[in-house]
Ligand binder design. Structure first.
Ligand code: V47
Ligand code: SF4
Length: 374
């Protein structure tokens, strides 16, 4: 009989049986193991193993939070080829560029009465005129009007630019932002760490070692962060494994990553639109391999805004334990690239989706403290 009752013996090769034993003993997978899983493992086997690992970590609970996004500007000094959101720094409103003021942000926050949100996620284009002083002022402004909100703000790419512009070190920039009210870092800007792939899709912006350095410095200052991986464009499986291995190594040193968020490449309105998007099965394979390979990052998040709610629900069956937040139609990074046009969902709806997969919905705060069942 199969040692794993959820997978039939049919199709199990000796190599898979060895990996199953390794995982059951809680042993770490090597890069070769990870590549083998991507290339050879049947999806039902991956699903069953990823679910087992997820269950050991989180039982049947699945998380979400109540958040909104604020994207101060889409003007950017870089021009990543996959980015549909980007506009040149000199672009005007007629070109689709925007530059929101702090008063715009106040109006936006005023639409959410106290108690309806726990987090604001701030990220945007890398504006040529903005250094760390801008980041400090923005964090301080949010805290001055909504002190209860967790401020998850600025990717490592934005922080690297702030530091350079203001002539300070990465640690100094982070320390100043923290003092001004920054609570954690989102996982964006990671894309794919491999230098050749990075050069092809995200030429010019902070290289892998700088992205990792920012997160390491943040963790040392007591700031938690997330990590993303943009997949399904020109990269190969070995690049995804290399990416996750670098994150796993850093996490061994600091323990500061809370969640890993795979981001499926969307191909509308960008310079790589000729590249077809991956099939849904590839997303599920990727979630499952990530759950098995990243043994030291506690949470695996499906970002429903980019996947659609149906796929995010399916991802809950492939190792995912977190569906991100209510978002409330406040991000354009994905709608401009082919994601949902008006990403909006209530906590009751997220709860229903989670329950439809036999799981227990739990509202969390930004540090994954449980706030209550829905
Ligand atoms: O770094 C941009 C990605 C990221 C496209 O930390 C695209 O909780 C796919 O990082 N197709 C920013 N992806 C968003 C992000 C994020 C989202 C949700 C939660 C968290 C978190 C972080 O969006 C960018 C880039 O990798 N992106 N364009 C595109 N065409
Ligand atoms: Fe700029 Fe970020 Fe878009 Fe790259 S992904 S062009 S850094 S806004």
């Amino acid at each position: 009989m199969s040692p794993n009752p959820e997978v039939s013996d049919a199709g199990r090769t000796p190599a898979l049986s060895l990996l199953e034993k390794k995982l059951d003993r809680g042993e770490r997978l090597s890069a070769e193991d990870g590549l083998f899983l991507y290339r050879e493992a049947p999806l039902p086997w991956l699903q069953s193993m990823a679910q087992k690992v997820r269950r050991n970590l989180h039982g049947e609970e699945a998380y979400f939070n109540r958040n909104i996004h604020f994207e101060p500007t889409n003007k950017c000094v870089y021009a990543c080829k996959f980015c549909a959101f980007y506009r040149a720094p000199k672009a005007t409103e007629a070109d689709g560029a925007w530059d929101y003021s702090f008063e715009d942000l106040r109006r936006k926050l005023d639409a959410y009465p106290a108690g309806t949100l726990t987090e604001i996620h701030v990220t945007g284009g890398v504006h040529p005129d903005r250094g760390v002083e801008y980041g400090e002022a923005l964090c301080a402004f949010i805290k001055s009007i909504r002190p209860e909100l967790h401020v998850k703000a600025f990717t490592a790419v934005e922080i690297t630019f702030f530091a350079k512009k203001s002539g300070v070190t990465l640690s100094e920039a982070l320390d100043r932002l923290k003092r001004a009210g920054l609570d954690s870092l989102p996982g964006g800007g990671a894309e794919i760490f491999d230098p050749e792939v990075r050069k092809r899709i995200a030429g010019g912006k902070a290289p892998a070692h700088t992205w990792l350095e920012v997160h390491e410095a943040a963790h040392r200052l007591g700031l938690l962060s997330n990590a993303t991986m943009l997949y399904g464009h020109v990269e190969e499986y070995r690049h995804r494994i290399d990416h996750m291995e670098r994150l796993r190594d850093l996490q061994d040193r600091t323990g500061g990553f809370k969640a890993f968020i795979p981001l499926r490449y969307r191909n509308e309105s960008n310079a790589l639109s000729h590249i077809p998007e991956v099939a849904p099965e590839e997303d599920l394979r990727n979630y499952a391999v990530a759950r098995l390979f990243l043994d030291n990052i506690p949470h695996l998040k499906a970002y429903w805004v980019m996947l659609g709610l149906d796929m995010a629900a399916r991802a809950l069956e492939y190792g995912v334990d977190d569906l991100d937040g209510t978002v409330d139609d406040t991000t354009r990074i994905y709608s401009m690239a082919g994601g949902m046009a008006h990403p909006q969902v209530t906590s009751a709806e997220l709860g229903r989706i989670i329950r439809s997969k036999g799981r227990v919905p739990v509202e969390r705060d930004s540090e994954y403290e449980k706030l209550g069942a829905v």
